[in-house]
Write a protein that binds this ligand. Structure first.
Ligand SMILES: O=C([O-])CC(=O)C(=O)O
Length: 161
């Protein structure tokens, strides 16, 4: 598995300036790994997490999964089971434009998890959604293959040249 060392997001900004994509979303940090980095994979899914669940049961190879739930706080896109699978399968972290649940358990995982908030309600399981397309939120576009870094100061993306 390839591990991308997490570089402080402030150092990356100081080095790359406006060539660095800086996400404006004010995420909350839920995972036990507070600084994480890796090449981006994406899933776009609205209040449905069957695709996401399938993806994290496959090899993560040190990638960061960006989950665009359209900002919905109505259902949780992941909880301790999905996040536990992501940890076991070598994902570096998840950035969720949506909600999570089981937040206390998430804090015990060696995995980066950022999300907008929490809600107890589960998501649907129909499999609706799209894998590995560019997704946009927080004023930036997350493209599969670009490298994401996340820490206490924010989420940034270094475009692949
Ligand atoms: O199953 C779900 O929809 C989400 C969940 O609670 C988990 O990942 O543990």
């Amino acid at each position: 598995m390839t591990t991308t060392p997490a570089v402080p997001t402030t150092d990356l900004y100081d080095e790359h300036g406006e060539n660095l994509l800086v996400c404006g979303t004010q995420f909350r940090q839920f995972g036990g790994r507070r600084a994480f980095a890796g090449p981006i994979r994406t899933v776009s899914c609205h209040e449905d997490n069957a695709l996401l669940r399938e993806l994290v049961h496959g090899p993560g190879d040190g990638a960061v999964l960006v989950v665009d739930g359209g900002g919905s706080l109505r259902t949780a896109l992941l909880g301790d089971l999905i996040a536990g699978a992501a940890q076991r399968n070598g994902w570096a972290g998840l950035v969720v434009n949506g909600a999570v649940r089981d937040s206390r358990a998430l804090g015990g995982l060696d995995l980066g998890i950022k999300a907008l908030g929490t809600v107890p309600r589960k998501s649907g399981k129909t499999g609706a959604g799209v894998l590995d397309v560019p997704v946009t939120f927080g004023e930036i576009t997350f493209r599969p293959g670009d490298v994401l870094h996340s820490d206490e100061d924010g989420v940034v993306v270094l475009p692949a040249a």
